[in-house]
Design a protein around this ligand. Structure first.
Ligand SMILES: NC(=O)c1ccc[n+]([C@@H]2O[C@H](COP(=O)([O-])OP(=O)(O)OC[C@H]3O[C@@H](n4cnc5c(N)ncnc54)[C@H](O)[C@@H]3O)[C@@H](O)[C@H]2O)c1
Length: 249
């Protein structure tokens, strides 16, 4: 049976994705620094969908942890069919006061770790002659808000395109989703500091609502499925049309 690994799988988008991929018949591996929450999501999914699950306690800022983690996946399931690079963080908003440690931490989690995860995942996908990697980027790559986050997510789109070319011969597809501002805990602090912000994002969205983790999970599940078997190197904007907005969203 096919197996999917989702980083940041305990979070809003990660857990919604895990449920959808489990409903589609994937065994589920969640890698997260929040191991208790990841274990709870795995337990629930195992009960609800009857698939095998594995929660792995991994801090992706420790790049050395990636290869052993993938070895654990191989030992457990013997294969990997889908990798969702979903864990991410924000920070370093303005050029005037960039803290280099924060900048490097963002790049590590949002860009370097996904690259190393792709590198480690490809050998587990090759034997099946197929595979799907989905990178969770952000709509910010189109608009240029906080520089640390925007740069890392723009880099992730670049990685997606480069790897789609490099891994195509192995029939491994590499795509990205670019959500806009979601109604999720990721933005709790931002919204608490600026209550009008969420509403202003909604107003810039043609479909007139904020996105949800399930909206993003649906696009990821599509890209993971055989229905997307001729799609690679692409970006799905999960934005309700906000990728067309005249101002940054
Ligand atoms: N929420 C939004 O508005 C939004 C919009 C666009 C893109 N995104 C992207 O979607 C992805 C998921 O966001 P979310 O809203 O589900 O956030 P979330 O905070 O609910 O989930 C993020 C998960 O990543 C895990 N994580 C963080 N640092 C980690 C590390 N060093 N090692 C391992 N795990 C780590 C967290 O424990 C958490 O479970 C992120 O990449 C984010 O940039 C979110």
């Amino acid at each position: 049976m096919r197996t999917a690994l989702i980083t940041g799988g305990a979070g809003a988008v990660g857990s919604a994705t895990a449920r959808m991929l489990a409903a589609d018949g994937f065994h589920i591996v969640l890698a997260d620094i929040a191991i208790e929450a990841a274990t709870a999501v795995c337990d629930e999914i195992g009960r609800d969908f009857g698939v095998e699950t594995l929660a792995l306690d991994v801090d992706l800022s420790d790049l050395e942890a990636i290869k052993p983690m993938m070895a654990t996946v191989e030992a457990h399931f013997g294969r990997l069919d889908c990798l969702v690079n979903n864990a991410g963080r924000t920070g370093a908003p303005t050029i005037g006061d960039v803290d280099l440690d924060v900048w490097n931490a963002i790049m590590t989690i949002n860009l370097t770790a996904p690259m190393l995860l792709c590198q480690a995942a490809a050998p587990l996908m090759r034997p099946a002659g197929s595979g799907s990697i989905v990178n969770v980027a952000s709509r910010v790559y189109l608009s240029g808000t906080g520089i640390g986050y925007t740069s890392s997510k723009s880099g992730l789109i670049g990685l997606t395109r480069a790897l789609a070319v490099q891994l195509g011969k192995d029939r491994i597809r590499v795509n990205a989703v670019a959500p806009s501002f979601l109604n999720s805990p990721f933005n709790k602090k931002l919204v608490a500091a600026n209550a009008a912000m969420a509403d202003s994002f909604r107003k810039l969205t043609p479909l007139d609502r904020l996105g949800t983790p399930d909206d993003v999970a649906g696009a990821i599940a599509f890209l993971a499925s055989d229905r997307a078997s001729f799609i690679t190197g692409d970006v799905i904007h999960v934005c309700g049309g906000a990728q067309l907005a005249p101002q940054p969203v």
